[in-house]
Design a protein around this ligand. Structure first.
Ligand SMILES: NC(=O)c1ccc[n+]([C@@H]2O[C@H](COP(=O)([O-])OP(=O)(O)OC[C@H]3O[C@@H](n4cnc5c(N)ncnc54)[C@H](O)[C@@H]3O)[C@@H](O)[C@H]2O)c1
Length: 251
């Protein structure tokens, strides 16, 4: 597989290592200072582009790949209100696009357990739910894309919940922010976002009744698992047309 890496930050560097380990060729690395090199001539040399940049740049990068007919895998978070637009562009162009808010296998198992647990709680009742996420201090967006996917899984299965809000003390760019947990309405899920040290990612879904606490929790130990998932997604995407996510890969 001939790959272009878009975004040579923490994830881009890890992806470069995994591509080499799995016998793939990196034909170009694009970062902020050479973003003009993401052009038709260079895209034509690659089977796939793997995009991990910033919330402000992801959409334009994905659009460029799709408009030039290059398959693209993206994991950038914090921009996904525009995901349907990119998926529609992919279908319109007959291209190939893979997106996941989290490429770790264990997190994707957590997504499934989370949906099943929410449906069970919906039947028994009596529990309040909240989500907690902790990441390193360089993470720009809040809540994490993973926490949003967890919240959406709960909203789809637990009839008492209709939306989520974010309590993110000390985080600059928080979506749907509330100033304190006391502002969370009964039909909203609180996502509590913390930014600490070098933490790659911890997510916890907590159900609490008057008598007990039930938790689903996942801790990422290193970025390698995320990069490996993205490279496996790229291998899966090559030669396909359409819009894909982790559920397609896991099947
Ligand atoms: N889906 C997942 O599994 C997953 C896992 C980890 C991180 N992420 C997300 O991926 C993104 C990147 O994470 P990171 O830890 O590598 O961040 P990072 O800040 O270490 O790296 C981002 C890189 O993108 C570069 N960049 C900025 N604008 C660009 C442009 N126009 N073209 C090309 N490159 C550009 C920056 O210079 C930087 O090197 C974030 O949104 C993060 O939340 C997702």
């Amino acid at each position: 597989m001939k790959a272009i890496i878009i975004g040579y930050g923490k994830m881009g560097r890890e992806i470069e290592k995994i591509l080499a380990e799995r016998g793939h060729e990196v034909v170009l690395v694009v970062d902020a200072d050479n973003s003009a090199e993401l052009n038709a001539a260079n895209l034509a040399r690659a089977d796939v582009a793997i995009e991990f940049t910033t919330p402000a740049t992801a959409c334009a990068n994905i659009r460029t790949c799709l408009e030039h007919g290059t398959a693209v895998v993206s994991g950038t978070t914090g921009w996904t209100e525009r995901l349907p637009e990119m998926q529609a562009l992919c279908r319109q162009r007959g291209g190939a696009f893979f997106y996941a808010s989290n490429y770790c296998l264990g997190v994707n198992l957590l997504f499934r357990l989370n949906r099943q647990l929410a449906a069970m709680i919906d039947r028994v009742g009596g529990y309040e739910v909240r989500i907690g996420e902790t990441h390193h201090t360089q993470k720009k967006d809040a809540p994490s894309g993973t926490a949003i996917t967890l919240a959406e899984g709960i909203i789809d299965n637990l009839s008492a919940k209709r939306s989520w809000v974010n309590y993110a003390p000390g985080v600059e760019q928080a979506a749907h922010r509330v100033a304190s947990p006391a502002e969370v309405a009964p039909d909203q899920i609180e996502i509590d976002s913390r930014r600490e040290g070098m933490v790659p990612g911890i997510h916890t879904v907590t159900y609490e009744s008057e008598d007990d606490i039930l938790e689903l929790s996942h801790t990422i130990k290193n970025r390698r698992t995320l990069a490996l998932g993205a490279v496996i997604a790229a291998e899966f995407l090559c030669g396909k047309r359409g819009v894909f996510g982790m559920d397609d890969l896991l099947q």
